[in-house]
Design a protein around this ligand. Structure first.
Ligand SMILES: *[C@@H]1O[C@H](CO)[C@@H](O)[C@H](O)[C@H]1NC(C)=O
Ligand SMILES: *[C@@H]1O[C@H](CO)[C@@H](O)[C@H](O)[C@H]1NC(C)=O
Ligand SMILES: *[C@@H]1O[C@H](CO)[C@@H](O)[C@H](O)[C@H]1NC(C)=O
Ligand SMILES: *[C@@H]1O[C@H](CO)[C@@H](O)[C@H](O)[C@H]1NC(C)=O
Ligand SMILES: *[C@@H]1O[C@H](CO)[C@@H](O)[C@H](O)[C@H]1NC(C)=O
Ligand SMILES: *[C@@H]1O[C@H](CO)[C@@H](O)[C@H](O)[C@H]1NC(C)=O
Ligand SMILES: *[C@@H]1O[C@H](CO)[C@@H](O)[C@H](O)[C@H]1NC(C)=O
Ligand SMILES: *[C@@H]1O[C@H](CO)[C@@H](O)[C@H](O)[C@H]1NC(C)=O
Ligand SMILES: *[C@@H]1O[C@H](CO)[C@@H](O)[C@H](O)[C@H]1NC(C)=O
Ligand SMILES: *[C@@H]1O[C@H](CO)[C@@H](O)[C@H](O)[C@H]1NC(C)=O
Length: 500
């Protein structure tokens, strides 16, 4: 055996004796205990004691070969205290820290820069204050920086230049102010994939040249800030985008037709802005779009038939706009729909042909309230057996109440109020215990159907007012509806007394 190799073997043997046997609590363990001692609540760290080897402590993962601490993983553990006493210098092999969802307060110590091997840092949902330390930028291997939901302020932009290794930057729910962060605009981040800046107080425009800075972005979340201006056409050059969230800002203008170029877009949320104009037919080309939320804007015009090509949609929320015209028949092809909301547009209308939607085998929410839809409900509609929320209120719907609706096992919310339905509501003896809200007010319903809801023992609200229901109010309603908070029977031909 070559002498050099033997020497090496020896050395590593000595090293192992030192690390593995001489003391269960090495310098890393001592440093962790020292930090634990400064915490106000460390109840969840009871295994951190000299009686146990460091690598067996809760939340500690060591490298099997070297015995060094690789991971510090104690999220959601009621840890209360500061990071100041954490001896970052001691840890030369730490790759992952997850201390999110604790009660850590104070600033992020600048010494964190000493963790040169760190790749993932999660400090989300604590009470950390102060500027995001620019020293974080010295972490040359950092891939994920999660600092969401703290009270952090802008970093020293001049000295902050995120490492090119960074892939995911999560800064939602802090106190960032000013324009789109300069420290991001300074460099090109070929590796940056997820940029989440929602719930801060950022303002100004979306930069025109984002595609030069982060050409490979998958997520761009700017929601709940005070950004304004138009969506730049150049956003469509972020061709890898999967998620684009711009909700709750002050954006104006229309949706650029060029967005169709982002062929892999899965989630688009533009809700609660001041967008206007028509919904471009080009959006229909987003073949894998799963969530579309355009609610609470001023979009107008018709819903074009091309949108019927969005066959991968799971949620479509177009509520609270100024859309008009009718729903394109092609909508029935969106067979993976879970949640469909076009309420409060006032002028959407025409013949709704509800049976067209019987292909929607997964839909849970169907809301067309506050429009001018006409026509009656075809019993085919009851084939949507997954329905939980059905809101047809404030329309011009007429015809009979389809008794098959009582058979929907998951239906919680049923609102037919303020339409022109008429006739006897069929009674039934099936189990209707899922129902919590039954609102049939201001129609021309007749008859006596109460037995149908006798098993609705979770009922919270029953509004039958303004119809022509008749019969004796049954004494069992006091027993059958133990949770009821609202009972409106006014303007009917009921008699008897309310049994409470
Ligand atoms: C301290 O942490 C423990 C365990 O997580 C928790 O049950 C307890 O409520 C916490 N005490 C205080 C005062 O926060
Ligand atoms: C932080 O680093 C400085 C110098 O680099 C050192 O003096 C100080 O003791 C360190 N603090 C902690 C808590 O490790
Ligand atoms: C930040 O950078 C500027 C020059 O770019 C330098 O003068 C200043 O000292 C730096 N700030 C700190 C805290 O290092
Ligand atoms: C949105 O813009 C309008 C006028 O352009 C302004 O009055 C309003 O304060 C802005 N709102 C926010 C949250 O920035
Ligand atoms: C993007 O859209 C524009 C205009 O709609 C079009 O001219 C251009 O060819 C598209 N670019 C790509 C890369 O598809
Ligand atoms: C769409 O956005 C609005 C407002 O931001 C929100 O209240 C609503 O829940 C969203 N719709 C869906 C289906 O998530
Ligand atoms: C739907 O897409 C197909 C191509 O996939 C296209 O031929 C058709 O015109 C589109 N339909 C509508 C209504 O835009
Ligand atoms: C229901 O879906 C099938 C294919 O899944 C399709 O052939 C049929 O036309 C659809 N029905 C309606 C009313 O769109
Ligand atoms: C109906 O929609 C209009 C327009 O969006 C809105 O102003 C009104 O408050 C809505 N009515 C109800 C009952 O929600
Ligand atoms: C109920 O019927 C009466 C008489 O047929 C009609 O005048 C009234 O407009 C109807 N009410 C509703 C809400 O449809």
């Amino acid at each position: 055996m070559a002498p050099k190799f033997r020497k090496l073997l020896c050395l590593s043997a000595t090293l192992c004796v030192l690390l593995c046997t001489s003391s269960a609590i090495g310098s890393e363990g001592e440093a962790l205990l020292k930090w634990k001692d400064t915490l106000l609540n460390s109840t969840s760290l009871s295994s951190w004691s000299r009686a146990n080897p460091t690598c067996s402590w809760v939340g500690i993962v060591c490298d099997e070969a070297t015995g060094y601490v690789n991971e510090l993983d104690v999220p959601c553990s009621d840890l209360s205290g500061m990071l100041d006493a954490f001896s970052f210098a001691t840890f030369r092999h730490l790759e992952i820290i997850d201390l999110s969802f604790n009660n850590l307060f104070g600033a992020i110590p600048t010494n964190i820069t000493l963790l040169v091997t760190l790749t993932i840092l999660y400090l989300d949902s604590n009470d950390l204050v102060g500027a995001i330390p620019y020293q974080l930028t010295k972490l040359t291997k950092i891939r994920v920086l999660g600092l969401r939901y703290n009270q952090l302020t802008n970093p020293d932009a001049a000295n902050f230049s995120v490492s090119p290794s960074l892939q995911n930057l999560f800064l939602c729910g802090n106190k960032l102010t000013g324009t789109f962060p300069l420290f991001i605009l300074k460099h090109t981040f070929v590796g940056l994939q997820k940029l989440h800046l929602s719930r801060n107080a950022l303002s100004g425009l979306i930069p025109e040249n984002l595609q030069d800075i982060a050409p490979n972005l998958l997520h761009l979340d700017l929601s709940s800030n005070m950004f304004s201006g138009h969506i730049p056409r150049s956003v469509s050059k972020l061709t890898k985008l999967y998620l684009l969230y711009l909700a709750e800002n002050n954006f104006t203008g229309g949706i650029p037709a060029e967005l169709r170029n982002i062929s892999g877009l899965g989630h688009l949320d533009l809700s609660r802005n001041m967008f206007s104009g028509g919904i471009p037919k080009d959006l229909g080309e987003l073949a894998i779009l799963h969530d579309l939320n355009l609610s609470w804007n001023m979009f107008s015009g018709e819903i074009l038939k091309e949108l019927g090509n969005l066959t991968a949609l799971g949620t479509m929320d177009l509520s609270w706009n100024m859309l008009s015209g009718s729903l394109p028949r092609f909508f029935s092809r969106m067979q993976y729909m879970l949640s469909f909301d076009v309420a409060n547009n006032l002028h959407l209308g025409g013949n709704i042909l509800l049976e067209e939607f019987s292909n929607w085998t997964y839909v849970m929410l169907f809301n067309i309230a506050n429009n001018t839809f006409t026509e009656s409900i075809n019993p085919d509609f009851c084939q949507i057996s997954t329905l939980e929320d059905l809101d047809l209120s404030d329309n011009l719907l007429s015809g009979l109440f389809p008794g098959c609706l009582w058979n929907l096992d998951w239906l919680v919310y049923m609102d037919f109020s303020r339409n022109a339905f008429f006739g006897d509501v069929p009674t039934s003896t099936v189990d209707t215990s899922s129902l919590e809200y039954v609102h049939l007010s201001n129609n021309n319903f007749t008859g006596f159907f109460m037995d149908a809801i006798k098993s609705s023992n979770r009922l919270l609200s029953l509004d039958l007012g303004g119809n022509k229901f008749s019969g004796t109010i049954p004494t069992w309603i006091g027993i059958s509806f133990p949770l009821i908070r609202i009972l409106l029977l006014r303007s009917n031909i009921f008699h008897g007394s309310i049994p409470w």
